[in-house]
Design a protein around this ligand. Structure first.
Ligand code: SF4
Length: 438
């Protein structure tokens, strides 16, 4: 006999998830009736997905995307191929001022005012490469919103804080955050090639205070060495992949020499904002330090350009497991179709969707934050409607330092005697035999 869940009733969509659990002392009630919990709203099962650009599946990739080529011709015509594809050239030529930006982008008044000197917590900088992906005419374009400041950054609203995760309170040594029992966050420096306007560490990044000098890094390494319970070190910042190869090699080598450090991770946005950094030399160095995982910060499918696909291929070919971290952002990626397209592209790039973060309540972030209900709706639009590998874990990093708390739509519909009632992705209710111990 084939055992398995049996469909009991197909229920129609209802706007709210409101139900009561059927307890065992109610088990003589009719099993499933119209009083059964209504189904949650089922998201559009087939939202239009952005088409996968053909180069994703080609062995040979274009050297650069169309918009990048046009941007380079317009704004850096003197740059040679070698310069444009050199990550150090990209860093040296970052766009950092209002004067530079207004030559490239038709700025709106909100943006222009935000770029006047003073006030913002977070500095402004964008690599020429990433700027080539920014729409010069549309202030609402998702990538533009993530890197060009607007005046809303200056507003402080309820529940916001400069350090919402309480990292400073969990920092025994400058640059080390020890919040979970067996792992630490090691902030190697505060430099990023491009500053994201919703950065959780906007109080730190770009300030030039967290320097990657030996003395400070040694203090962090000593702390890790002296705490045998630490088996996992996450290098972050700032962006660790903006360090020179030899500096990063030294840090990784020192960590590898600590017997209780089993596992090292690097958190980075470099493959999306500075893919030129993923050179054969870097990858050759990184692969010496396995087991090494890399979590890449992706925001939107438009970031998956030929350059970024190539960077991820290089890392994956070096045997580095890649995961993604995405912050849920209003008007940027808070849409099932956009999120599904991003997750699908990541899988093709061998990047496993890992976390979808509810945006932290950092100061000046209200214009980026969505409701949690929106996040749950997006997960409901993915779970079951696409490959399980494409569904990230949706989390809130609890304000005050409580750590990541996973959230997911409620698929548990209640209980009927010895049966658990489960709702599947289409809203149908199924039974699973689950007798309770006497
Ligand atoms: S790359 Fe990361 S650390 Fe740097 S600004 Fe963006 S979110 Fe912040």
């Amino acid at each position: 006999m084939q055992l398995g869940p049996q469909p009991v009733l197909k229920l129609h969509a209802a706007p709210e998830i409101v139900f009561q659990e059927v307890t065992s002392d109610q088990s003589d009630e009719p099993p499933v009736t119209s009083s059964e919990p209504p189904s949650p709203e089922v998201s559009d099962p087939h939202p239009a997905e952005l088409p996968l650009p053909p180069y994703f599946l080609h062995q040979r990739l274009p050297r650069m995307g169309e918009s990048t080529r046009a941007f380079r011709r317009a704004h850096f015509p003197e740059a040679t191929d070698a310069q444009w594809h050199d990550w150090r050239w990209q860093l040296r030529n970052r766009i950092r001022t209002l004067e530079q930006l207004e030559c490239m982008v038709a700025l709106g008044p909100e943006e222009r005012r935000a770029l006047q000197p003073g006030g913002s917590l977070l500095p402004f900088a964008v690599t020429p490469y990433y700027m080539s992906l920014v729409d010069p005419d549309d202030p609402e374009q998702p990538l533009r919103r993530t890197v060009i400041p607007v005046q809303s950054e200056f507003l402080r609203t309820y529940g916001e804080a400069d350090d919402p995760l309480g990292e400073d309170g969990h920092s025994p040594v400058e640059g080390v955050v020890h919040r979970y029992p067996d792992r630490v966050l090691f902030l190697v420096h505060d430099f990023c090639s491009t500053f994201c306007r919703y950065c959780t560490r906007s109080r730190v990044v770009g300030q030039g205070e967290l320097l990657p000098n030996r003395e400070r890094l040694q203090a962090g390494l000593v702390y890790i060495r002296n705490h045998p319970e630490i088996r996992d070190v996450l290098l972050s910042g700032g962006d660790p992949l903006t360090l020179a190869d030899d500096k990063l090699d030294w840090i990784l080598g020192e960590l590898r020499r600590i017997p209780h450090v089993q596992f090292i991770r690097i958190g980075t946005k470099v493959p999306t904002v500075l893919p030129q950094r993923i050179t054969p030399e870097l990858v050759k160095m990184l692969r010496k330090h396995h087991p090494l995982f890399i979590s890449i910060h992706f925001t939107h499918p438009d970031e998956c350009t030929p350059e970024t696909v190539k960077a991820c291929r290089r890392l994956a070919d070096a045997g580095i497991p890649l995961g993604s971290q995405t912050v849920l952002l209003k008007g940027v990626n808070d849409d099932v179709s956009v999120m599904k397209s991003l997750m699908h592209r990541l899988l093709v790039m061998r990047v496993r969707p890992y976390y979808l973060y509810q945006c932290d309540p950092i100061s000046g972030s209200a214009h980026f934050r969505t409701t949690v209900a929106r996040g749950l709706e997006i997960i409901r639009g993915l779970r079951g409607w696409t490959t399980g590998y494409a569904v990230p874990t949706y989390v809130i990093d609890a304000p005050g330092g409580g750590g990541k708390i996973p959230l997911q739509p409620d698929f548990l519909a209640g209980r009927d005697g010895d049966d658990l009632l489960l709702r599947n992705f289409t809203g149908e209710v199924y039974r699973y035999p689950d007798p309770q111990p006497a």
